[in-house]
Design a protein around this ligand. Structure first.
Ligand code: 13P
Length: 249
């Protein structure tokens, strides 16, 4: 089944304000009229400035995290209310850097997923195994667990606003990419698992992005796989000249 390609840039903790605005302007110009789905995951402090640039364009504004609770006494947190107030439409959750550097649990990630969806935001839920887990033959089990835990309590209707990003941790920022065949195999596994959790119809529609050292040179082969519907791009998303070529495949 043909699904729209969805290409998202995760800027992580990078750029200055001026660089963020300039990059967003370049992307707006170069992606105008292009027909894939696009999102940029911008650092919190630059979201407002970038919102002014991407408003009304074909680029969705994304945040890289959100609080699991409504506004209140939660020092340092950023709420769904705040994100929506400035025009954020999507949020990246469960990224491996938050799971493994910050120590976010599947339970917390699930609370954030439900909060974001209940508040009408789109979610990109990241899953993926560590190198040791892959070598131990546990990649599928890890993905299955992260899917069922991350999506607990999410309805079939809400799944229309959920994208899954399969990001093998050993491929992130390392220059190592999963082979298209390996990536396809796990994407297919994830889709079949979502069919078990929901239905074949939900599984057929859900967009599953690949992430991990994706760049213009390896993206065409990855995106040609039947169950790889897009990319969540880190390093190559920081410059229009490296991001746009992936966006227009
Ligand atoms: P890289 O593209 O830099 O490997 O990062 C992938 C990623 O983690 C996107 O969320």
């Amino acid at each position: 089944m043909a699904r729209t390609h969805y290409i998202a840039g995760n800027w992580k903790m990078n750029t200055s304000k001026a660089e963020a605005v300039a990059l967003a302007k370049d992307l707006v110009e170069q992606l105008k009229g292009k027909s894939n789905k696009y999102m940029i995951g911008v650092p919190f402090v630059y979201l407002d400035a970038v919102a002014q640039v991407v408003k009304g364009t074909n680029i969705l504004l994304g945040a890289q995290d959100v609080a699991a609770t409504p506004n209140g006494a939660h020092t340092g947190e950023v709420s769904t209310e705040m994100l929506k107030d400035i025009g954020v439409q999507s949020v990246i959750l469960g990224h491996s850097e938050r799971r493994h550097e910050i120590g976010e649990s599947d339970e917390l990630i699930n609370k954030k997923v439900r909060r974001a969806l209940n508040e009408g935001l789109e979610v990109v839920l990241c899953i993926g195994e560590l190198l040791a887990e892959r070598e131990a033959g546990e990649a599928e089990n890890v993905c299955a667990f992260q899917l069922s835990a991350g999506l607990a309590g999410v309805t079939a209707e809400q799944m229309k606003k959920v994208t899954i990003a399969y990001e093998p941790v050993w491929a992130i920022g390392t220059g190592k990419t999963a082979t298209p065949e390996d990536a396809q195999a796990i994407h297919k596994f994830c889709r079949d698992y979502i069919a078990k959790l929901y239905s074949q119809a939900v599984a057929d529609e859900v967009i599953i992005q690949y992430g991990g050292s994706m760049k213009a040179s390896n993206a065409p082969e990855l995106l040609a796989q039947p169950d790889i519907d897009g990319g969540l791009i880190g390093g190559a998303a920081l410059k229009a000249e490296t991001f746009v070529p992936i966006c227009v495949i």
